[in-house]
Ligand binder design. Structure first.
Ligand code: 5CA
Length: 160
């Protein structure tokens, strides 16, 4: 079945990186982590949220791959990045990733993004990430997520 253009861009990147990972476009919305988990029948924690933050001073984009069950601690992220950070605007997200919020994938991006990965994701055999649109996802192992994003695995969740 043919994919929408944004989902196809993700599928092409996965092929180009030498994987056999397969993008699936679903009939249901996967715009939020909860919807995504319901659509594929996995735990909320297995959904990969690709969240973009912006360095307050530098303006640099930082990508955080977070478990769907967690909130990102901006304080912990700031420690890693070396400056305070805040959630990026929808426009900034599109500019730096090439995708709209709700479908931002771990790759490919309009510009290379410094990437951190929530350590909690490493505890699952399989996780699901957005694939370019609010109805597209793909499954991968946490190790594949690390390899594909060249991200750094850190403790990033907000306590509580
Ligand atoms: N497809 C789903 C599951 S993979 C997905 O993309 N979820 S997500 O969590 O990665 O992307 C949605 C996130 O975008 C929200 O959790 C929220 O942090 C962020 N967001 C939503 N609206 C805005 C907005 N207007 N400006 C900035 N960030 C936003």
């Amino acid at each position: 079945m043919s994919l929408s253009p944004a989902a196809q861009r993700v599928q092409d990147a996965l092929i180009n990186r030498g994987t056999q990972l397969e993008v699936r476009e679903l009939p249901a919305s996967t715009r939020t982590a909860a919807q995504a988990a319901q659509a594929v029948g996995c735990q909320l924690g297995q959904i990969v949220k690709s969240l973009v933050f912006r360095g307050t001073q530098s303006g640099q984009a930082v990508l955080v791959e977070t478990s769907g069950a967690n909130r990102v601690s901006e304080a912990r992220l700031a420690e890693q990045v070396g400056e305070s950070v805040h959630m990026a605007s929808a426009e900034f997200v599109r500019q730096h990733t090439g995708f709209a919020i709700g479908g931002v994938p771990p790759l490919p991006h309009a510009q290379p993004l410094r990437t951190y990965i929530d350590r909690d994701l490493m505890g699952y055999p399989e996780v699901w990430a957005a694939a370019g649109t609010p109805q597209a996802l793909f499954a991968l192992t946490p190790l594949q997520l690390v390899e594909l994003t060249r991200g750094e695995v850190i403790d990033i969740k907000a306590p509580g």
